[in-house]
Design a protein around this ligand. Structure first.
Ligand code: PGA
Length: 234
């Protein structure tokens, strides 16, 4: 399974290095899970090992005049070939449009990057009923090559991110089953996954892994979740 940590705007460069070292130590002890970590931009570095380090964001460019952004010139320095695209905080807090995300997706797809592409509905769309909700989610697939071989999709309901709220297990399974019809890419669930619910989420049909934010900041918690996946042997 795929177990991913989104560290967001947390941890210093030194703390991140320690985090990844601990994680590597855990993972190299017989784990067969695919483990991804997305550190803050200033904590990116070259890491050798089983843990895959990716960028939370980058601009679709090699280099140029894009103040505050990084491109492949900076990612190549650290051998980074994995990127998170379409996270709800980029869509809703930083205002990235579907059009911009598609440009980013195509640019990094062209370069063969492993792309974790995030989708998910805000609360008002969920409350508007299943049909409205799925219609909204469909707009997030617009322009995205869902058959791209290095694609991983992460379903993360916006209202569940960082809130401690999660859909019911039945809801997660149903939505994942519907989403699998749109793409056969591995499908992760994200949104308030913690040590206390990760095991049951991972066990669900059509859940191929998890994308964890807050709870992943504790490396021992994140390792526990990797252990759950290992036990499930899915
Ligand atoms: P959370 O974040 O685990 O803190 O809800 C998940 C995410 O944003 O990917």
């Amino acid at each position: 399974m795929i177990i991913a940590a989104n560290l967001k705007t947390n941890l210093t460069r030194k703390q991140t290095a320690e985090y990844i070292a601990e994680l590597e130590n855990y993972v190299s002890n017989g784990s067969t899970q695919e483990v991804l970590v997305f550190p803050a931009m200033s904590s990116l570095d070259s890491y050798d090992g089983k843990v895959i380090v990716g960028a939370q964001n980058a601009y679709p460019t090699q280099n140029g005049a894009f103040t505050g952004e990084i491109g492949t010139e900076q990612l190549d320095e650290f051998g980074i070939k994995t990127i998170l695209i379409g996270h709800s905080e980029r869509r809703h807090v930083l205002g990235e449009t579907q059009e911009e995300l598609v440009k980013k997706f195509n640019f990094y797809k062209e370069l063969g990057y492993k792309i974790v592409y995030c989708i998910g509905e805000p609360l008002e769309k969920r409350e508007a009923g299943k049909e409205e909700m799925m219609k909204y989610i469909s707009t997030q697939y617009k322009g995205i090559d869902t058959s791209y071989e290095n694609l991983i999709i992460a379903y993360e309901p916006v209202w569940a991110i960082g809130t401690g709220l999660t859909p019911t297990l039945e809801d997660i399974e149903n939505i994942h089953t519907d989403l699998k019809e749109k793409s056969t890419a591995p499908l992760l669930y994200g949104g308030s996954v913690k040590v206390t619910n990760a095991q049951e989420v991972l066990a669900l049909k059509n859940v191929d892994g998890i994308l964890v934010g807050s709870a992943a900041l504790y490396v021992e918690h994140f390792c526990t979740m990797i252990g759950y996946a290992q036990k499930l042997q899915k």
